[in-house]
Structures are given as C-alpha cells and as structure tokens.
Design a protein around this ligand. Sequence first.
Ligand code: PLP
Length: 363
Amino acid sequence: MTNQTYNFCAGPAALPVPVMQKAQQELLNWRGLGVSVMEVSHRSSEYQELANKAESDLRKLMGIGEEHAVLFMHGGASLQFSSIPMSLLSENKTAEYIENGIWSSKAAQEAARYGKINSIPALQMDDSGIRSLSSPSTWTRSESPVYTHYTPNETIEGIRFPFLPETNGSLIADLSSCILSEKLNMSDFDMIYAGAQKNIGPAGMTIVIVKHELMDKMDFSRVPKVFNYKAQAEQGSMINTPPTYAWYLASLVFEWLLEQGGVEGMEKLAHQRANLLYSYLDSDDFYHNPIAPEYRSLMNVPFILKDESLNDKFLKEARSAGLVGLKGHRSVGGMRASIYNSMPIEGVEALIAFMKEFKQQNG
Ligand SMILES: *Cc1c(COP(=O)(O)O)cnc(C)c1O
C-alpha cells in the first residue's frame, strides 16, 4: 500500500494536485500583495486581471467566440436550472425537457412552475435491468418549444448522450459533470451551464455560457437583478461580490488544463480511463455496470457488487487502500467511481488492482 490517495467523489470532486499546491503556496501572499486572494477586492486591478484571464482561458479551452457571453455566477447548477425558465418561460410558452436521470428531472420540475413543460422520458431499462436512452424517433416533440433542455452526462446514473438532440428551439445543456472533458461545437449550444464542483473547481460557482441572441429573448422584468444574465454580462459577472476564491481556483484549473493539452488532451485521457475501467467491469461478473455500452458515461461509472452484502466491506477496505469517495448515490446504491479530468490513469489502475484483490478474497 502506498500513501497516495485517489478521490473518486462525484462532487465536490478532486482537484488537480499541482493546482492545490499552487493555491497552498500563494495562500497567504497572493501576487506579492502580502494578503490572500480571498482578502482582496473583486474590483482591484489584480483581481480584475485574474477574472479576465480566467475568461479568456476558458474561451480558448472551449473554442467560445464572440456570439457567446461567459459568466461566472453564484448558486450552483440548481440555481441555473431554476433561473433559466424564470426568464424564458411564461404560462403560454412551452419548453422541452429531455429527462434521462435525476438532475434533468429536477430541472424539469423547477421549470414547470413558470410555463408549459413537455417532459420527454428518455431513460429506458431492458428486462435484464440494463439502462439506455430511448431512440429520439420515439420521443413526442413540441412544434415550437422556446428551448430544449438536456443533460449530456447524468452524474448519478452514469449515462451519457452520444449524440446531440435536435430541436426547433434553443438548445440548453446542463454540462455540470462533463464540461471540459470532450470537445464541443459551441455553435450547437445556445446556453450551457455547469456547477464548478465537478470538473472546474470548488463548489460555490457556476459557469454560464450564453448566446447574446438568446439573452435578447429573455424577459428579466420579474427576476432578481443578480439572475439577469444580460446585466451580469455587462458588469463582468460582478453585480454583487462574486465567489472570488472559487473563481481564482477555476483560473488555476484552466491554466493547468491548457498545459495538459486542453480539452483534446482531456478527451483522450477520458476515453483511456473509461475504457480501462469498463473493460475490467465487463470482464468480471463479480462486478457489474448497468448501462448499455453506447451510453456509458466517461466521467461517472456506477458499479454494483454481485453480492451487495459486501458493500460496506468494499468501501472500508477501499478507503484503507487510499481509494475514497466510491459510495454510490443514495438513490442508486452500489458504488460509483467518478473519473473527472483531474483523475490520473494511475488512479484507475489502482482501483482495478484493488477490485481484483477484493474479489480474490471475497469471491
Ligand atoms: C451536480 C449536478 C447538479 C447540481 O449541482 P448544484 O451545484 O449542487 O446545484 C446539476 N446537474 C448535474 C448534471 C450535476 O452533476
């Protein structure tokens, strides 16, 4: 056993070690100011520089052009899926919600307070309990939805959209658990949001990427000013005090990502990690992943032990072996290994080695 700990928690999730080291190094004295970045004004020239650099790095990483605004907001992904319908829906307008898991269903429930919802159940299960997405040809669509909301990676179920849904409205995506892990064509998306605590930084901040064209269609007359995307874009996401430390850590993560070959590098690594883990799970009937191969998440890998009475023992021994955060979501049970951008391939190898040994001793 080594001293190395690998954190598989779904969120808040592991951050890259070099990022944490840099943050530690400059914790008490940022940029020679003699104080922490936590302690300076968000309106100081030093902080403004950080904020601008973070935005331009994120634009570079994701290929975001001038047609989109990039916002650094408070409140998590849940605030975003609550605030979007507030500004886009009303009693006689319809939005489509493709529901392929718990988060997309929560988003739909929030939206239903503000307008008509066409909820499209897209998750299906076959007789042997294997889950997949239903074919879009079976979906009942709306003729002219204001927007279609979907969740490319459902974090709890571990299910991923291998395609882009078509829509007659604006396309809005909750990318909380897969942002910066796969290359996207930004022009496909009218709006993207992502809570930071999975692939970007600590909890407390949310990235919003929204087309100016879509903001022009929003009605902000009845929403709190801090939820007014247009005003936030005009004021550099600083209508009020932003989550400055989370923003700072995100800026370090963006710099780290650029050093690691950007999103292309991350996508390659994501496939390597996922292939390694799924191949092992498929090769061994002691463990089992309940998602059809085509729809498996690259980021969140749920797995079930054949003998579920061994769950507690598995978690306890994994923890002693330096593998933490493996407990599955309470609604799904079993285990879940979240393998975000910051997870090195060695972490997955260590997990598989542990699983093999655990099987040998308990199988
Ligand atoms: C984690 C998660 C959320 C919720 O994020 P909060 O920041 O806690 O509101 C929403 N959607 C997805 C896909 C997530 O993974």
